[in-house]
Design a protein around this ligand. Structure first.
Ligand SMILES: [Zn+2]
Length: 451
């Protein structure tokens, strides 16, 4: 039926009115991240005073390059010594947090965070990861990378070296590397990235951060025989003069170190050591084209870069029976590959440890049987003169496709420390046929944390 013209006109008019847009309301822009917390360089270390291990570069970065620097400590150093008073444990940790804040503030660094790790004085990174609550600290570190948005992360070298070689140092490095590779991935700790429903409200959920991919990752080390670090990154000398301050970096460092009175002995020999010892950095990883020994910020893009996933863990096909160093050494072999740290593979030469004369040496060996039948693997130890302990050959039954984490203990000879290492060797055989050998260089010079 045909609609009368008058009624049709009315419907058409109502339809047009309904289609007219209401007056649009402009919304406030999303506020940018708080610029007060933006860092160019994020330093991730374990204890209050670890920053002195990169003192010269920190002075250069702050005073001469005008970088914004932030620092994360994974613990507050409650297990350290105290050169000033009787304070120990939690009391010492309370003091050391303030020492670090004062020392860093002397360089103008005030964005400083302390995580809830436990100061665990051993040289075994896996022991420190176990006591620090790895997952909780990783979550917080990823949050702080997203908050500070650094182009460069600088941390301890993830390796077992002769030196102070604190397991906490290495554990802080593991967390730094994991955070470097995770902060840009929006599926990791997504609650940190959720937009709050009303950010000016109270009790909102959603932390409102953004994913962030740092560009370069550098390591420093407290190795006492650091020559192997040469040429793997830039090096800095404390005796050089700061162009902006017109004094040596050593003088600037000393000013910052004085705050660490509980930890640093300011004897002349200590100062001479820090002045004369080059500060080596190792370029652990760069996601932008950059020369290995160039400046820390060489090649850094001036805009945020896309998320770059690490290679991830992929099992390596294995055959036969094998012997390798186990424990932290075995962990690092897998970790380097999973996180694309090709610069670290084979870097530490020789494989090494350090302990005081007369002290006990722990050697973890990892025996693998990749065959389809049970095998007995025999380990024979060749020890330098004066060593004692488990010297008789030992036979380890290893099931098909299985592994045996052998734990060996020896006692080093007593006497004065030695500057050249002693090499211990373990030879593995199956049915009288050699399958491999492990060598470990032991420097008898260390009087620090237990090996
Ligand atoms: Zn430390």
């Amino acid at each position: 039926m045909r609609t009368p013209p008058a009624k049709g006109f009315l419907f058409a008019a109502l339809f047009l009115i309904g289609c007219l847009p209401l007056r649009a309301q402009m919304q406030a822009p999303v506020p940018p991240p708080d610029p007060r917390y933006k860092a160019d360089l994020l330093v991730i270390v374990a204890h209050p005073d670890d920053d002195t291990g990169v003192s010269t570069y920190l002075s250069k970065a702050v005073y001469d390059e005008h970088r914004r620097v932030a620092v994360i400590f994974t613990n507050r150093g409650g297990s350290g010594p105290d050169a000033v008073s009787m304070a120990q444990g939690k009391a010492l940790a309370d003091e050391r947090e303030i020492e670090a804040r004062r020392s860093l503030a002397a360089r103008g660094i005030t964005n400083v965070w302390f995580l809830d790790g436990r100061d665990t004085p051993t040289q075994d990174v896996l022991h420190s990861l176990e006591t620090m609550d790895h997952g909780q600290l990783l979550e917080e570190m990823v949050r702080l990378v997203r908050l500070t948005r650094p182009e460069v992360i600088l941390t301890w070298m993830p390796a077992y070296v002769a030196g102070e070689n604190h397991g906490d140092h290495q554990a802080s490095s593991v967390l730094a590397i994991e955070s470097f590779s995770m902060a840009g991935n929006p599926t990791i700790f997504p609650e940190q990235l959720t937009a709050p429903r009303w950010y000016r409200g109270v009790g909102m959920y959603g932390e409102g951060l953004q994913p962030w991919q740092p560009q370069k990752l550098y390591f420093f080390s407290d190795a006492t025989h650091p020559d192997f670090l040469k040429g793997h990154g830039p090096a800095f000398l404390a005796s050089d003069i700061s162009p902006s301050k017109h004094v040596s970096y050593a003088a600037l460092n000393r000013k910052a170190w004085e705050a660490y009175a509980t930890q640093i002995d300011f004897g002349q020999s200590t100062l001479d050591y820090f002045v004369n010892q080059p500060e080596y950095l190792v370029l652990g990883k760069s996601l932008v084209p950059a020369p290995v020994t160039g400046g820390v910020f060489d090649g850094v893009a001036d805009k945020p870069i896309a998320y770059a996933p690490p290679p991830g863990y992929h099992p390596i096909p294995r055959t036969g029976t094998t012997v390798q160093l186990g424990g932290p050494w075995a962990f690092y072999r897998t970790f380097y590959r999973a996180y694309g740290l090709t610069a670290m593979e084979g870097l530490v030469k020789p494989l090494q440890t350090a302990l005081s004369s007369g002290h006990q040496l722990w050697v973890p060996l990892l025996l693998r049987n990749n065959t389809s039948s049970a095998e007995n693997i025999t380990i024979h130890a060749d020890l330098p003169v004066g060593w004692s302990g488990e010297t008789a050959d030992r036979i380890y039954p290893v099931p098909p496709g299985g592994e045996y984490p052998a734990q060996l203990f020896y006692t080093a000879p007593s006497g004065p420390g030695q500057s050249s290492p002693q090499t211990l060797t373990w030879t593995a055989t199956v049915n009288g046929k050699p399958i491999g050998a492990v060598h470990l260089a032991v420097f008898l010079e260390m009087d620090g944390v237990p090996q």
